[in-house]
Design a protein around this ligand. Structure first.
Ligand SMILES: [Zn+2]
Length: 202
């Protein structure tokens, strides 16, 4: 029996728009995901596909706080997709995410696992100091968080380097201040764990 895996092929990433069943505006629009792919490809040259949208059951929405608990959402999605031979899965939702002990999270990855989830819910808000958003800033934020979470799936930990997209961020101000891509240290870390990505990480 030969099981086809990503090692034999171009590493493929499936990007899946995710929402909560019966909630309007819960699933991100396809054009946003196409723009995201364009941005991600400049740091991680992989074969991206945008999958069919998927709806999570309404019970995953914590109705008292109008948020989705990120670990439960990610575990549900992983269970659903685990048989599919993609290198990585990136789930994107318009729902706000939280984990126990934190008011919200921008995203969550299974470290060293194959999947991450990112919320687009907070990226359009005005940064602290009432700076007026320019067009494209929310996409830049989404890209940073998506790259950060994919970095965790590639076994990267948080970086102290402000130029690194792996810098920990807990607010939009911190997110805006962090770098938009991987540093040479990040790239060495990824290639140490995944030498097959040589030439694909910038
Ligand atoms: Zn992180």
């Amino acid at each position: 029996m030969h099981q086809a895996g990503w090692e034999q092929n171009e590493p493929r990433v499936l990007i899946v728009p995710v929402g909560i069943a019966g909630r309007a505006g819960s699933v991100p629009p396809p054009e946003l995901l196409r723009d995201l792919v364009g941005e991600l490809a400049s740091s991680l040259c992989l074969d991206y596909e945008i999958g069919e949208s998927v709806e999570l059951p309404a019970r995953l929405l914590a109705s008292e706080r109008e948020q989705v608990e990120a670990h439960r959402a990610l575990a549900t999605l992983i269970a659903r997709y685990r048989a599919q031979p993609y290198f990585r899965f990136l789930f994107i939702t318009e729902e706000d995410l939280y984990v126990r002990g934190l008011n919200f999270v921008f995203g969550l990855a299974a470290p060293g696992g194959r999947a991450a989830i990112v919320s687009n819910a907070r990226f359009g808000e005005e940064p602290a100091g009432s700076r007026v958003l320019e067009n494209g800033v929310p996409l830049e934020r989404l890209t940073k968080v998506a790259l950060h979470e994919i970095g965790h799936t590639l076994l990267l930990r948080h970086s102290d380097d402000p130029r690194s997209v792996m810098k920990y961020h807990n607010s939009l101000a911190e997110l805006d201040a962090s770098g938009g891509g991987f540093t040479q240290t990040d790239i060495r870390g990824i290639l140490y764990a995944y030498p097959g990505l040589e030439g694909r990480v910038r």
